[in-house]
Design a protein around this ligand. Structure first.
Ligand code: F42
Length: 145
């Protein structure tokens, strides 16, 4: 695995608990939120270098995934957005499957295609975009090999 280092759990209790349940059950439990599927993205802190684990909605298409930096519609990007720009290699857990992948920010037509898939998977993204006062960034993650 290319991502090694000291793990620093999320300061947000419900997020930390979702990560713990997801991982401790090897992807059998904690894999949804409000009935919709979630993936776990392990990333490296851009300043601390520590390992971070971020649950995100599962937006999958032909083995690639979109990661939507919605941050609940907040005006600021989530911190993990900056982590992925600095260190794009991530580990993505989808249920029991874990893969090393590389993230890239998508723009234009490619972003629009993935955005539509994201809203199909999690309709709340549309409302988050309306209130965010920023274009919500979308990464596509693809297998390293
Ligand atoms: N967030 C989304 O943006 N999109 C989703 O689709 C999404 C789905 C989702 C599903 C389930 C669930 O449990 C949570 C979900 N979330 C989703 C919330 C998501 O997991 C994150 O909690 C949220 O996006 C906020 O991300 P964040 O990276 O801003 O997290 C904060 C709370 C955080 O962990 N902050 C840390 C802290 O200590 O304050 C810093 C973490 C960090 O990476 N620090 C860096 C470092 O170097 O270590 C740099 C720090 C710096 O100042 O630059």
């Amino acid at each position: 695995m290319p991502l090694e280092g000291e793990y620093e759990p999320s300061p947000t209790k419900w997020v930390r608990e979702q990560v713990e349940l997801y991982e401790s059950s090897d992807g059998a439990k904690g894999t949804t939120i409000r009935g919709m599927p979630v993936v776990l993205v392990t990333n490296r802190g851009a300043r601390s270098g520590k390992i971070r684990k971020t649950p995100l909605m599962r937006v999958e298409h032909e083995g690639s995934y979109a990661l939507v930096a919605s941050n609940g519609g907040a005006v600021k990007h989530p911190v993990w957005y900056h982590n992925l720009i600095a260190s794009p290699v991530v580990e993505l857990r989808d249920g029991p499957k874990v893969r090393d992948m590389r993230a890239r920010l998508v723009t234009g037509e490619e972003r629009r295609t993935w955005w539509d898939r994201a809203v199909d998977a999690f309709p709340d993204y549309a409302g988050y975009q309306r209130k965010a006062e920023r274009e919500i960034p979308v990464f596509v993650v693809e297998p390293l090999d």
